[in-house]
Design a protein around this ligand. Structure first.
Ligand SMILES: [Fe+2]
Length: 383
């Protein structure tokens, strides 16, 4: 078992004052903010920037972070941060700006290193700039994990940096920073968090710590995700979803996600289906595959999710939530052609890092059946 250190976390109404205190205590004089083009226009970003500029502090903003940013883009950000002589980095946004900020905190402090040098497991040098995070979605949990997902545009593959050195120093969970998120994004990112927690609870790498975090996250998601979608300005539901995402991140960050995420990768890679939605589409067929021999753990998840200590209750309850959230019920309705299922089945078999920690083995025929069930949706399967 390995338990990584975690950032100092501030949530809710205390988070903004805490941000001001932390910037002062760290004696940050030149703050570099990494964000995206949409979130940089929201009121919460303006409030954070104004707060950061207090006390004569200089602030520079890079607001052009794209989804799964390329190695070249994070190097460009880092060059700007170096030229600005930044002494701290703040990531503000969804998973991509936060993932980019992690790399900027390294490269802005180092000459002679490229982003490609960091790709892989534990290839990041120890020294970096102080790293602060403000998530604007409740799903990726980048604010607590060792991961930064980039894109190698030459090889045309995802390039992941995995290192304890990029666990941020501080995270500020500000409910108002998530209220501009459209309901569809709230729903999909919330399902991502649910998958992080539920997969961690069944993972072969699970441990007593990840178990506690996973069940707490599942409980919070079941109680708050629908409200956060229907009442976007509900600060309590928003804060609870941020905390749920954080707990789910601590769960899978200290164990692993499993086959749902593995099956979601080809959906993202071949069909550009957003990560959270891709996981949502694969939840039922993968968990149905995992039900055998894992009834006790599935019952625990069901109890946390819907109050019934019954392994058979989990999948229908998740399907019901997805329907209430308005999420697509099948790969067919999400626009995936049936003719691509074979290619995706072959592709998922290469994601051995995640399949190997799935509780039940998955072979090629299992993969074909799982994608076929996901294609048909609930009407075509046993739910
Ligand atoms: Fe995820």
């Amino acid at each position: 078992m390995i338990l990584y250190r975690m950032p100092e976390i501030h949530t809710g109404a205390d988070a903004m004052p805490a941000l001001a205190n932390v910037l002062s205590e760290l004696d940050v004089r030149r703050l570099f903010i990494v964000t995206g083009p949409h979130v940089s226009r929201c009121a919460a970003f303006a409030a954070v920037k104004a707060l950061a500029e207090q006390d004569g502090r200089a602030v520079a903003v890079f607001d052009q972070t794209s989804a799964d940013p390329s190695l070249e883009l994070v190097e460009e950000m880092s060059a700007q941060a170096r030229a600005f002589q930044a002494d701290a980095v703040l990531g503000f946004g969804g998973g991509s700006p936060l993932d980019a900020a992690k790399i900027v905190s390294i490269l802005a402090d180092r000459t002679g290193l490229s982003a490609a040098d960091l790709v892989g497991t534990e290839r990041v040098p120890r020294r970096r700039l102080p790293l602060l995070m403000i998530p604007t979605t409740a799903g990726t949990a980048s604010e607590v994990t060792i991961y930064s997902v980039l894109t190698d545009t030459v090889a045309r593959i995802k390039a992941a940096v995995c290192s304890r050195q990029i666990i941020p120093d501080f995270a500020f969970l500000i409910p108002e920073a998530t209220t501009s998120m459209p309901a569809s994004v709230t729903a999909a990112t919330g399902m991502d968090a649910l998958c992080h927690a539920a997969e961690a609870y069944l993972s072969k790498r699970r441990n007593p710590y990840s178990d506690v975090m996973a069940l707490a996250a599942v409980r919070l998601i079941s109680q708050n995700l629908l409200t956060a979608c229907r009442e976007p300005d509900n600060a309590i539901a928003r804060e609870n979803m941020l905390v749920a995402s954080l707990f789910a991140g601590l769960a899978f960050g200290n164990s692993s996600v499993t086959a749902v995420h593995a099956f979601a990768y080809p959906l993202g890679g071949m069909h550009h289906i957003p990560h959270g939605l891709a996981n949502s589409l694969m939840f039922e067929p993968v968990f149905r595959h995992n039900l055998t021999d894992n009834e006790a753990r599935m019952a625990d998840l069901a109890e946390a999710f819907c109050g019934a200590h019954d392994a058979e209750a989990l999948i229908p309850a998740v399907t019901e939530l997805k329907q209430s959230l308005g999420l697509p019920a099948s790969l067919a309705t999400a626009g995936v052609p049936e003719s691509d299922l074979e290619t995706m089945s072959q592709a998922v078999m290469t994601v051995t890092r995640l399949l190997s920690v799935n509780p039940n083995p998955i072979g090629l025929d299992d993969a074909r059946r799982i994608y076929q069930e996901a294609f048909a949706g609930c009407e075509g399967a046993r739910c």
